[in-house]
Structure formats: structure tokens, C-alpha cells
Design a protein around this ligand. Sequence first.
Ligand code: NDP
Ligand code: 2IT
Length: 444
Amino acid sequence: MNAAKVLDDLKRRFPNEPEYHQAVEEVLSTIEEEYNKHPEFDKVNLIERLCIPDRVYQFRVTWMDDKGNIQTNMGYRVQHNNAIGPYKGGIRFHASVNLSILKFLAFEQTFKNSLTTLPMGGGKGGSDFSPRGKSNMEVMRFVQSFMLELWRHIGPETDVPAGDIGVGGREVGFMFGMYKKLAHEFTGTFTGKGREFGGSLIRPEATGYGNIYFLMEMLKKQGTDLKGKSCLISGSGNVAQYTAEKVLELGGKVLTMSDSDGYIFDPEGIDREKLDYIMELKNLYRGRIREYADKYGCKYVEGARPWGEKADIALPSATQNELNGDDAKKLVANGVMAVSEGANMPSTPEAVKVFQEAKILYAPGKAANAGGVSVSGLEMTQNSIKLSWSAEEVDEKLKSIMKNIHEACVQYGTEADGYVNYVKGANVAGFMKVAKAMMAQGIV
Ligand code: NDP
Ligand code: 2IT
């Protein structure tokens, strides 16, 4: 394979999809060497078959708002690759959603899911519908209309969606309810469900906890841990909240959290009580992070991200490309020792380069945030054996999965000078398993 040529070809055939190109470029540039050690891959054009999604569904979603106006949104499901298991990946509801973003997410998900060691292929879906400012009934009407199209393309052994930005327990509940009615079955077709109807314990916590378990493995390798270390967290949604919870539990200090309007900086640290306030503010009242600064009298910076603040560790947990090359330079200049990604592709390629050249610990999302989909995989197992495991049992399995992913990254990503290139490690390890499965299954 000639990575540059494959990428040029994809750009020509699928123009105006910058996030998709960005995700593919990162993977191709790191697996090229390993790929070319296997001439049998190129003989069957494996790389193109892996980069282009198996299929994409795209549909119009029409619903009525509370004022009686008819609204239309777009709905999508990208089924990227099912070589190692049914398509699996979240649903995103956000005004910015388009095909490029969902194709990048589905592509990333394929490698991430492979790393988890569980049998899951990769997919992603969503809509440009934004739940922000919508009433409960509006969200429900939208979701029901969305499901009228989506339900026929998914199923417990076909494609199993879950949450992502803008899709939490409430939205998954509505999707599951409508799916159940249309498909006339009660199965584990969604994960992230409520615990009363098949949801796994620890699934809400899993992405944030998993990121910190991964970070702890990286720190351990350098003979240190989280005690007394200060952390910058972006976002204040599901991933950010449980990242903060685990940092506090392990003795670290959380200095910042953010939302799409700005960030708060609390030099005293966001403690358990303050985090409970944020959880209530965000999950119950659906308020803005600015209100934290009003309540606790700390700094709030409108329209900015927290990367200019000084800290030991950065944990981007909001969205893609939220940390650019200049931000990375500021973090490094301020002495950051580790960056571990809760979000998917939050660092731009320029930022990744800065981290790697400074030889700091840097974990890409597809490794560090794999805990969420891992516990989704465990939820699928519990649903199919019709049992539910205790929180301790699930948490132990999550820890061991994150440890295994870390080991795989070290195995495939350690460079001659001992520096672990976690990007390369994650990409090569994730790729090899999918590639072997595709080779064994013939040209399909
Ligand atoms: P939530 O919707 O719960 O929270 C998202 C947070 O990020 C909110 O604080 C939101 O602010 C902020 N945000 C969203 N979009 C933007 C934007 N364009 N600019 C600035 N801030 C933004 O989502 P999650 O916590 O579930 O997801 C966060 C990240 O983690 C995403 O990248 C997602 O793909 C990834 N992820 C999620 C997993 C999961 O299990 N949920 C698993 C693995 C990865 P506001 O409220 O203002 O919109
Ligand atoms: O990006 C992700 O891994 C998720 N949003 C979770 C996917 C899942 O199926 O749990």
C-alpha cells in the first residue's frame, strides 16, 4: 500500500469530508509499514475495503415541535465493518452532525472495538437534531420519528447502537421503547439502557472510568500515579463527569470543566460536592457550566477552552478537534506530562505531533475511551444470557480490558528509544485483528 495514494483516492471519491479524511490519514500513516509486511493484504485490496464503510443509511426525519411546527432533520447510520462482530457504536444528536463526522466516528469505532477484545464490529449514527433547549416531549417525538426509519436496519445480531454526544439514558430509553414496539421484540438491540430493562451497571461511568484506568497504566509504567496531580478536563457531559469522579477517587485534583459556551477554572479544585452540583446542573436541569462560576465564585471564560491553564494532565472529553497545535504547545510549555483522550479525535494532527515530539504520554481516544463500548459489549453479553452482573464484577472486567488495551499499545507501539507511540500501537493492534478476520472471510 502507498498510504498517500490511497488517501488521495479517497479524497477524490469522497470530497468535502475532512474529518473522515483526517481519521483515515492518521491510521494509514501508522499502519503502512506493518501492512506492507503482508503482501497478501494488498492482493485483495484490503485497505480500500477497510476504509470505505460497508453501507450508509441516510434519511429524512420529520417531527412536530411543541408549537405545532413541522421540523425536518437528517438521520444517518454508518455500518462500517462487521468482520469481527455485529456493527456497534453510538448515536450522536448534535447540530454539527454530518456524514463526514459519522464516517470518521464509524471508522475509528472499528479499530477501537477490535482493541476491546470483545466481538464487535464498527458503526455510528445520528442526526443534526440538537436536544439543547428542546422539551422532553419534543425529544421523544423526534426520537420516535428517527426510529421509524432506523429500526429496520438494526438488531441484536446485526447492529447495536448506544449513546454519544446528545444521547444519554433518556434518549436511549426512548429509542429502545420505539424499537421494541416496531420490531415486536425485547432484545439487547441498544446498550446504555436503564438498569430496569437490561442496562448494565457501570455503563454510564465506563468511558470516564476507563480513560482513567488507561491513564493509570501509562503513569504506572513511569513509576507514578494520580495522587496530587492536577487535571484539566474539557466537557461536562457523561464522559467528563465520570472522568472527574475517578480522578477525585484516585487522589487527583480537577481544575476545569467546560461546555460549548466556555470553561470554568476552580483553583481550589472541583471536589465531590461541587461535582454533584455539576451532575445535577447538567443531567437534571440541563443548565450551563457558567452557573458553576456564579455559585462558587470562580473564573469563567466565555468562548474558550481550558488548554491555556497550567496542569499536570489534560483529559479532553468534549468533541473532535477541540485541542489544536497552539493549545498543545501551551500545555507542553506549562509542563503537562500526560494527555489521555476521553473524546473521539479531540486533538488535531498538529497537536498530536507536538505531544509526540515532546515525548510526553499521549493516549488517543480509540484506546483511552474504549471503556464505554467495552461495557456496552458486556451489556450485550448479559442481555443474551439474560443475567445481570454486579457493579464490582463489571468494573473488574473493565479494568482488565483497559489494562489489556494498554499492553497491546505497548507491544505494537514501543519505539527504538523506548518511547511508546500509543497512536501507532493502538492502530496496528486494532488493525491486525480486523485484517485477519477479513482475510479469513474471503472477498465480501
Ligand atoms: P455529552 O453530550 O454527554 O457531553 C458532551 C460535552 O461536550 C458537553 O459538555 C457539551 O457541551 C460539550 N460539547 C459537545 N460538542 C461541543 C462542541 N462542538 N464544542 C464544545 N463543546 C462541545 O457527550 P459525551 O460525554 O457522551 O461525549 C463526549 C465525547 O466522548 C465525544 O467525543 C464522544 O464521541 C466521546 N465518547 C463518548 C462515549 C460514551 O460512552 N458516551 C464513549 C467514547 C467516547 P454542551 O452541553 O454545551 O453541548
Ligand atoms: O464512541 C464510543 O465509543 C461511544 N460513543 C460508545 C459506543 C457504544 O456502543 O457504547
